[in-house]
Each structure stands twice: as C-alpha cells, then as structure tokens.
Design a protein around this ligand. Structure first.
Ligand code: GA4
Length: 324
C-alpha cells in the first residue's frame, strides 16, 4: 500500500531543466564555469571526467545483484546507523521515502563496511573500492578547480579536506523501485511519490551518478522545482552546506529531491565528500573581504554532523552556523 506520508502535491509537468550547467573538465574555461554554476544554482554536470565507464557499470551490476536478493538476505546487513542497509526509513527522525539503500563508509576498515563486505562476494568489495578510488580523485579535481576559480590559496584548501586519510566520506547507493500503483494514483490525485524528500547535503560536495531514469529535481533560486534530464555517462556535482560556509555564502548548497520514475527503477550512486571529524569549518579568511562580514561561525564537522543527524530531512541546518 502506498504510504500517504511519501506523497507530495506538485504541479505537473514540473519544468524540465534544459540549461543544466555543463563542465568539460578538459576545457581551460572549466574553473570559471564551475564558479558560475556553484554561485547560481549549486549544481552542475561534469563531462569528460576521466572515470572509466567500466568502473561505473561494474558497480551498478553488483548493486543490482545485491538489491535483487531476497529481503531476508538483505536484512542480514546491519540496519542503517547511519551506515548499513535501509529501506523506506531515512535517518532516525521519522523521514520516509520510496527506496532501499546502502550507506557505506568509504574507509574499508570501518567495522560496518567490513560487515557488509563479508556478507557479499569479493567482486562487490572490489567494485565499491575501485569506484570510490576514481570518484574520490574526481571530487578532488573539482575542488581544486573551485579553489583556482575563486583565487584562494593553497590550491588544495578544499580538496585536502576530502583527501585526508581521516576524511569522513560516504558512498550511498539508492534503488527507487517502480511503483505499480503510481500511474493510477497520480492520475487520480495529481500527487507524486517522493523517493527522497527535499534536503541539502551537509558535506562539502556530493558527486552523483544515476542510471537512465528520471526523478532528480533541484530547487532553483526562485523556488521552482526543476527536473534534471538523466545522463548516465556524466556525473552531477551538488554543493553541500560546508562549502556554502567556507565560501562565506558565495556558493549555495542546493535543495534537491527525488520523485519516483513511473517507468524504470532508478539507481543512483552518490559520493559525499566530507572532512575529518575534528576539522574546524568557517569562512576562508581570504573570502571575507574587508567590507564584508563573516556570515557564519566556526563549528567542527563533528558538531555539525551530530546536529544534522538529529534533524529532519527538510530542516534548514545551516541556521546552526549562521551568525545573524
Ligand atoms: C542527506 C545526505 C546524505 O544522504 C546523508 C543523509 C542522512 C541519512 O540518510 O542518514 C540524513 C540526511 C543526509 C540529512 C538529515 C538527516 C541525516 C537523513 C536525515 C534525516 C547520509 C547525510 O549525510 O545527510
């Protein structure tokens, strides 16, 4: 049965965002395009990214094999706290969505990752590790272009935070099943099923890849929801809360959500680049110009993360950092 709390009323059709900023990483203009997109919508697409398609399809196949197992087999993985296998419930504070997922700490020695890997064939572990290795570098390249484009030094001012061996990064794999009852329900009620409710990502940046399914939407600055056309060969970069703070509000962490695709199951794989837990996060002094004020106070990632995991998905968590 469809759960009413997952349904959202939205106007149909929501606008298709045909002008998604696109950045070719081999283009000398890449850094200025990234800066423009991060300021205007906190979201862009990366093409010519250098990640082998084979790494992506390998992981997608392993993930599908995992999700297609019988439910009791999947339930042998630890429940999400926050890492583990989860279904419908998102976080610990009452949010729900039409999905099942795996949340994995990118440090393979994390006890919960080990547990997950022990439950699954060796191929699963190597597919996860190879993918993380490649996307971690992509994340670092993008963060270095951001520093270059903003003119801040050193060049690794952002990327060192996600490349440290103590960096707190996550890999999330979501499967949004097709809902058979949805077509009829949509037609009757003009309501849509929420796969993953609106939220901003708390980390520095998130790097997302999905199969050829629809569903991802971002909230534009005027408050309209815009659907992102699928592109299974590219990555989408999402600016997170910590980057909004470090750039003193120049970059915007973008609100996004997923509505269920009524024709094919959606698989998305997201790498969340976060800093070490004890890292102090505050606006970079070189980005607080003389005539400007620092908009945010300093917090450690541990403090912000603890508060985040106590919040509801749609809460405005950045308020915790705000000075005024
Ligand atoms: C959103 C981004 C990541 O998926 C995530 C999510 C986390 C979770 O699924 O446990 C949270 C959500 C996310 C923000 C608010 C809290 C925590 C669910 C939730 C209700 C893994 C993350 O880091 O924050």
């Amino acid at each position: 049965m469809l759960n009413e709390s997952c349904l959202v009323k939205t106007c149909k059709p929501s606008i298709m965002f045909t002008r998604v900023p696109e950045v070719d990483l081999s283009d000398p203009e890449a850094k200025s395009l990234i800066i423009k997109a991060s300021k205007e919508c906190g979201f862009f697409k990366v093409v010519q990214h250098g990640v082998a398609f084979e790494l992506i399809t390998n992981l997608e196949n392993e993930v599908l094999r995992f999700f297609h197992q019988p439910q009791p087999q999947k339930d042998k993985v630890v429940p999400p706290d926050p890492c583990g296998y989860g279904s419908r419930k998102i976080g610990a504070n009452g949010d729900e969505g039409w999905l099942e997922y795996l949340l994995i700490n990118t440090n393979p020695d994390d006890p919960k990752s080990l547990h997950l890997f022990q439950q699954n064939p060796a191929n699963f572990r190597s597919a996860v590790e190879d993918y993380i290795g490649a996307v971690k570098n992509l994340c670092s390249d993008v963060l270095e272009l951001m520093a270059d484009g903003l003119g801040v030094e050193p060049r690794n001012v952002f990327s060192r935070l996600t490349m440290d061996e103590r960096s707190d990064c996550l890999l999330r794999v979501n499967r949004y099943p097709v809902c058979a009852e949805l077509d009829e329900f949509e037609a009757l009620s003009e309501q849509y099923l929420i796969g993953f409710g609106e939220h901003t990502d708390p980390q520095i940046i998130s790097v997302l890849r999905s199969n050829n399914s629809h569903g991802l939407q971002i909230c534009l600055r005027d408050g309209t929801w815009a659907s992102i056309p699928p592109d299974q060969t590219s990555f989408f970069v999402i600016v997170g809360d910590l980057l909004q703070v470090m750039t003193n509000g120049r970059f915007k962490s973008v609100k996004h959500r997923v509505l269920t695709d009524s024709t094919i199951s959606r698989i998305s794989i997201i790498y969340f680049g976060g800093p070490p837990l004890n890292e102090n996060i505050a606006p970079l002094p070189s980005l607080v110009l003389k005539e400007e004020e620092s908009l945010y106070k300093e917090l450690t990632w541990q403090e912000y993360k603890t508060a985040t995991f106590k919040s509801r998905l749609s809460d405005n968590r950045l308020r915790l950092f705000e000075k005024f």
